[in-house]
Design a protein around this ligand. Sequence first.
Ligand code: CA
Length: 203
Amino acid sequence: MTNDTGYRGRVLLVEDEPDVRSYVARLLRENGWRTTAVEDVESAEPVLADHDVLLCDIMLPGQDGISFTRDLRARTDSVRWMPVILLTARAASDDIVAGLGAGADDYITKPFEEPELVARVATHTELALMRQIVIDEAQGKAEHLERALASNRTIGTAIGILMSQQRVTSDAAFALLREHSQNSNRRLREIAEDVVLTGALPE
Ligand code: CA
């Protein structure tokens, strides 16, 4: 699946065997993924956040793929949600159990059929992109809520000012704000901002 811009996602491949690395990277690129291929975790770390899916060999020099997965899941930034597909040389091994236990989403056993790898990477990049859309929407809602709370605070502050200035109850102060809002055809929040800024109801 590609979206209207043809964007299919970015895959970060970590594989230490040069032949396998170049073969898998070529396969991914031919199928439309922007692909970065590196040989170990140390090289993957700095570019991690620029990718949608991590395709990582388990047996690597230095930090292995399972330990890397566990580290990712313990992070506090958005990278912790990144789908991880592990590459393993042994089917149904303890490695697979350990990898899934560490938080990997899927695994592919080498040697693999090309359509299998393409299908699995496609599934997880699509899920990653959908998840990003949901996160973006949630953040939009959070910003909206923050604005709403900020405007409530402004109204609350304005009511406090009017209560002390006009020596009226909070209900009466709120009624004054609303009256000004209706008479001037301006939003209640804008009237409240004027009160907070100038210390008085606008003329
Ligand atoms: Ca390896």
